[in-house]
Design a protein around this ligand. Structure first.
Ligand code: IPE
Ligand code: IPE
Ligand code: MG
Ligand code: MG
Ligand code: MG
Length: 298
């Protein structure tokens, strides 16, 4: 698939996802609820590539599932991802003022409301996934909910954020770097892949391949993020460049340099395409996605 054909397809996916994301936060009973909803909606709907929902939809379809079955869980992972960004930007963490091309949540609403908006998104994600599980009574939705609970938690994204913060300014350590990347970013991307597979009804062998694919993709994604923090254009990226250097972060680029990082990204991308080729079903979109993510500018 050419890059231009792929760009059109991913835009179509983004439009579909944005349509259903817009339907949340509408039922507010008083001015306090409305204020919180405003802050939650702000970061959730302001922009973003919607990569995790799109991956979940595409994996579900590739393994033979119905794409509409992932609506609630894909909205939920985007809520958890968005909350992680709101908190990541706080002065106590990366202290950044620009996100998704707009002032960060705490710049717009103040730190207290930004913290609560993040908390609100985290809880809302579980409300949605549990409602879907209860209404359908289907085990696969409970399984997918559990995957996200684990991936977002102390042994997943939050654990990775702790390691990221605690490694600021520390001596170089390859194992710690790999731990940070596989948890802070890899965990949610892997979860998007696995949830799509589980909801789509993939068999165990396919789930095994998907797990490895998700691991490759997650690492590649964060390496590109580290590269863009150095080489990116702020207006295109929609977030500050140089944030990692400012905070003395342990990143792929700080440890291995730009050239080796590019090489690793290329290798991981090729590997993830190979893994997709082994999966029965139409994985052409996902193959295009791996290529696109390795050269993305935002
Ligand atoms: C940014 O994620 C934070 C990381 C985990 C690297 P994205 O690059 O997916 O950000 P959005 O959702 O498009 O804003
Ligand atoms: C973010 O890593 C990971 C999470 C938000 C969980 P970064 O701190 O590198 O993400 P950006 O570059 O601010 O988006
Ligand atoms: Mg960070
Ligand atoms: Mg950050
Ligand atoms: Mg970054």
């Amino acid at each position: 698939m050419s890059n231009n054909v792929f760009k059109t397809q991913i835009k179509e996916e983004q439009v579909v996802v944005n349509e259903y994301l817009k339907t949340y936060f509408l039922d507010n009973d008083n001015k306090f609820e409305e204020h919180l909803a405003d802050a939650m909606r702000y970061s959730y709907l302001i922009g973003g590539k919607r990569i995790r929902p799109i991956i979940m939809r595409q994996v579900c379809q590739a393994v033979g599932g119905r794409v509409d079955d992932v609506i609630e869980h894909s909205a939920a992972i985007e809520m958890i991802h968005t909350y992680s960004l709101i908190h990541d930007d706080l002065p106590a963490m990366d202290d950044d003022a620009l996100r998704r091309g707009q002032p960060t949540n705490h710049i717009k609403y103040g730190e207290a409301i930004a913290i609560l908006a993040g908390d609100g998104l985290l809880n809302y994600a579980f409300e949605l996934m549990l409602d879907k599980s209860l209404v359908t009574g289907e085990q696969k939705y409970i399984q997918a909910t559990k995957i996200l609970a684990d991936a977002a938690g102390r042994k997943g994204m939050i654990g990775g954020q702790v390691a990221d913060i605690q490694s600021e300014g520390q001596a170089v350590d390859a194992d710690v770097l790999s731990y940070i990347h596989s948890k802070k970013t890899g965990a949610l991307l892997r979860a998007a892949v696995m949830m799509g597979g589980v909801i789509g009804g993939a068999d165990d062998q396919t789930l095994g391949l998907l797990k490895e694919y998700g691991e490759n993709l997650g690492l590649a994604f964060q390496i590109r993020d580290d590269i863009l923090d150095v080489l990116g254009d702020e207006a295109t990226l929609g977030k500050p460049i140089g944030s990692d250097e400012k905070n003395d972060k342990l990143t792929y680029v700080s440890m291995y340099g730009l050239e080796a990082s590019q090489k690793k990204l290329k290798d991981l991308t090729e590997k993830s395409v190979e893994l997709l080729e082994d999966i029965h079903g139409d994985t052409s979109f996902l193959e295009g996605l791996s290529m696109y993510l390795s050269i993305r500018q935002d």
